[in-house]
Design a protein around this ligand. Structure first.
Ligand code: ADP
Length: 607
């Protein structure tokens, strides 16, 4: 079998997504790899496909018990023999699993990092051939990251102790340079293929609402979304309780999750949500790591999180199946203070020095600031997120609240001419913030220090706010009228096109969001879901969903493990009539067809 055949046969997919093939090829060539891809991009396929093609066993280290369980369930459904070993099993169960693994029964074994150095596991390693060690959530090895887990250091010892070093593949959604370098270094990846895919999630719609009536708005939002699955994140346990109660009192089937609940209740509520028995989950950030539920249609933030990293990770739990989903942040200035308070309360590990603690606090404060800017910016939200993660983007995505709210078109040619003159006069190169400050006439220390208060252009655009000037400069860079260096200083210079603008031969027209205060609140249009079904199509979708629910209950697996929403939508579009046609539906592999294919075919025929 080759990789395409494995992808089709086991997972039911016709082609690889961005980045997957390169990483798989790297692994199959015997190289270590590091894949940095956003949530939902499809990291699992990157190690599961080669695991099936390599001669020996693949060991996957994952920090999250629920995730392991889910992944193993999904693999077994797809016809791949897999098992997991973690503290949710009894010693007897672990022994049995290890025994079967030693017999070569499983192709893929998920293990919690705490288990790696145990005698039983070491004994197992010495008896079998391990082709690959995969480190999932690899950022947990970084002391810089927010999720550092000391037990991840066991991985290094485990690999060092192996007779023959296997291929090591590592995956994470955390993109910062520090974390990346830490993973490469600490894990000791050898000549690795490092691949960072774009962080954009096109199917997600982003929105910020500044509202004083959060409870009512959230209630209304949830009601409008009926049986759709959604998560509402709150900053504190108290808020979780309050929001959950409001929803329940209004008859919304919602459950709660936070660290103050008993483990039994947490597990029960999580299962109700995952199994689609209860569509709405109200939770603190304790919920979600390792939740693979693919049909979450919205993630609302009742409170703003502490950093963009947290926000994008939590919001990114929406729409993993690639179907349209919404991420709405309900911003209020009070959230800044709540988070400042939570950060002050943050506990540090004992061995950290005062200096280190200071450094972490400083970084936390910076992160919160950038998060707050997200809550208040009028720029394209997607652009803001992607730039935060170091990507260049278009100025407007046309699929976030800031882009879709009503906008004004303005001829800014004259302003641009003055900007260009300002850059010429400044002689040395400066960044957008400094140039904007000088043109606006800022009295800051920095502007005076550079002597920019003495150039003729100083204050010439005092009527244009600095944020607007920065927006305009950003757009000029995108249009190639200005150039900006790639380093963190982003120093501006002119291109040949600048001459055209300066001489009046080219006009510059830009779109701006309407200023706050003027009522512009309703989004004009939203992009439709990718499936784009008509009424009859949706009826069929509901019937298939029902059937999926029946099967899920019988098999005791979450519905999305049977088939994802995206697969059901594809069935509604293709309306397969035969085995071959059914196998052509995205997400229907051979094993799943054998199990469920005919029941779905019948359902489609009856419709
Ligand atoms: P990640 O771990 O990167 O967050 P997952 O591995 O959970 O993402 O994949 C997200 C979803 O995308 C899953 O439902 C998965 O089956 C699906 N998927 C992955 N690769 C492909 C592909 N090549 N074609 C279609 N769907 C895919």
């Amino acid at each position: 079998m080759d990789k395409y055949k494995v992808l089709k046969e086991y997972f039911g997919y016709d082609g690889f997504r961005d980045g997957q093939e390169e990483l798989i090829d790297g692994i199959l060539d015997g190289r270590d790899v590091l894949g940095i891809m956003p949530t939902g991009a499809g990291k699992s396929i990157c190690y599961q496909v080669p695991a099936l093609l390599l001669p020996g066993i693949t060991v996957v280290i994952s920090p999250l018990i629920s995730l392991m369980k889910d992944q193993v369930r999904a693999l077994n459904e797809a016809g791949v023999h897999a098992a997991y070993i973690n503290s949710s099993l009894s010693e007897a169960q672990i022994e049995k699993a290890m025994y079967l693994a030693g017999q070569g029964r499983y192709k893929i074994i998920y293990v919690a990092p705490e288990r790696l150095l145990s005698g039983l596991f070491q004994d197992f390693l010495s008896r079998v051939t391990i082709s690959m060690v995969t480190v999932d959530e690899a950022h947990c090895i970084s002391q810089w990251g927010q999720d550092f887990r000391p037990s991840y250091l066991n991985i290094v010892h485990m690999i060092a102790g192996m007779r023959k070093r296997p291929v090591v593949s590592a995956f994470t959604a955390t993109a910062t340079e520090e974390v990346k370098n830490d993973i490469l270094c600490v894990l000791g990846l050898q000549n690795p293929k490092v691949l960072v895919t774009g962080f954009d999630r096109e199917n997600l719609y982003f929105e910020v609402r500044r509202s004083a009536r959060k409870d009512q708005e959230i209630l209304q939002y949830v009601k409008e979304h009926g049986r759709e699955s959604g998560i509402i994140y709150c900053a504190t346990r108290k808020n979780v309780e309050a929001v959950c109660t409001v929803l329940q009192e209004e008859g919304v089937p919602a459950v709660r999750y936070h660290a103050g609940l008993s483990p039994e209740e947490r597990r029960r509520n999580q299962d109700l949500f995952i199994f689609d028995e209860c569509p709405v989950m109200v939770a603190t950030n304790a919920f979600g790591m390792g939740i693979d539920k693919s049909n979450v249609r919205y993630v609302l933030h009742y409170n703003m999180p502490q950093s963009m990293e947290n926000y994008y990770q939590e919001a990114g739990r929406a729409g993993r199946d690639g179907e349209r989903a919404e991420c709405v942040l309900f911003y209020s200035p009070q959230d800044v203070r709540i988070n400042q308070f939570l950060l002050e309360e943050k506990e540090f590990r004992e061995e950290m020095t005062g200096e280190e603690i200071e450094a972490v606090r400083e970084r936390d404060a910076q992160r919160l600031k950038r998060m707050t800017f997200y809550g208040t910016t009028r720029d394209c939200l997607r652009g803001y997120i992607l730039r935060y993660f170091g990507e260049k983007t278009k100025r407007r995505c046309e699929n976030c609240s800031n882009c879709l709210y009503e906008y004004l078109e303005e001829d800014v040619t004259e302003i641009c001419q003055k900007v260009i003159q300002g850059i010429q006069e400044a002689r040395r190169g400066y960044g957008a913030g400094t140039i904007a400050g000088a043109l606006h006439g800022s009295k800051s220390e920095k502007i005076r220090g550079y002597g920019l208060d003495r150039i003729p252009s100083y204050g010439r655009l005092s009527e244009v706010p600095e944020y607007r000037l920065k927006e305009i400069i950003g757009e000029l860079v995108l249009r190639g009228i200005l150039r900006s260096t790639d380093d963190k200083y982003a120093i501006l210079s002119l291109t040949e096109d600048a001459e055209q603008v300066l001489s009046g031969n080219a006009a510059v027209v830009m779109k701006f969001s309407k200023p706050a205060g003027k009522k512009a609140a309703e989004p004009k249009k939203k992009k439709p879901a990718s499936g784009d079904l008509d009424a009859a199509g949706w009826q069929l979708f509901e019937r298939l969903r029902e059937l999926r629910m029946q099967i899920a209950r019988q098999e005791k697996v979450p519905p999305y493990i049977v088939f994802t929403d995206k697969t059901l939508v594809d069935m509604c579009v293709k309306k397969p009539r035969s085995r071959a046609q059914m196998l052509d539906v995205s997400g229907v592999g051979a094993a799943k067809y054998e199990k469920y294919g005919e029941r779905f075919l019948d359902c489609i025929k009856e419709a």
